[in-house]
Design a protein around this ligand. Sequence first.
Ligand code: PSU
Ligand code: MN
Length: 306
Amino acid sequence: MTLFTPSPEVAQALEQGAPVVALESTIITHGMPWPQNLDVARQVEADVRAAGAVPATMAVINGTLHVGLTDTQLETLAQAQNVAKLSRADMAVCMAAGGTGATTVAATMIAARIAGIAVFATGGIGGVHKGAEHSFDISADLMELAQSPVTVVAAGAKAILDIPKTLEVLETQGVAVIAFGQDDMPAFWSRSAGIKAPLRMDSAADIAAAHAMRARLGLPGGQLVANPIPTNAEIDRETLAPIIARAAADAEAHGITGKGVTPYLLQRIFELTEGRSLEANIALVRNNARLAAEIATNLGSATRQT
Ligand code: PSU
Ligand code: MN
């Protein structure tokens, strides 16, 4: 039995070495409300296609790891209740048991590595949560970035996180964190986290070259491309700070822990901003999809190039 099932379109692109962009599904099942989640999933796939690459949205369905979903599968997933949120720890268990689950950044990177896809677009990666010195809540996304050779295009780490601590862990783990087109580290809904990013690059070609060089050096792990949200969609940091603090306090008061934390915070911030956070999230993920496709076009689909 093969380990994964590519869609016909993805299978053909991989065979020809044509550019492919991996997309995750947790953003659909746990990151955005119905029905916008389905519209965005379709729109992001269209954005990747328009920029000359093939989209490969990942999910585990009845035990099968799908690399590229049909529109029916996408719709079923977007409407499903209580779908598992799969990360490194539980992906294999779900597949072995014939279960269904959406892939986080970590699980999508694993799927991309297996399929031979070098570039992946999402909204924002998971990272070190505020108060992690007490909760120990650090996303497995960071450990996966340290291991799988995938360039992940995101608008940085989500602003609900402790961004300086997240950058420290990424540095320790040897992950290249590259701000695109600016010196500052972006902060998901805002263009700047108020601190400088470790690295800066100004073109998709340069990022593709760095990806290929990393492979030649035999370094495990990937790159995080931190692509700032378009200016017209940004919510400034000062506006968001008290809202994020309030959402975090509510999460604590309700005893939300583990995998539930990120989806709870995103939903609460959506309510507190009266939908503005979702509009910003949609704009940034589409922006990331376009850049990822451009990087993939410069690279081809191979995760390993020499
Ligand atoms: N980007 C978004 N929305 C999301 C996510 C990313 O714009 O919901 C998801 C990704 O799947 C990421 C997950 O891996 O949030 C982080 O979850 P955690 O903090 O529990 O590791
Ligand atoms: Mn966590």
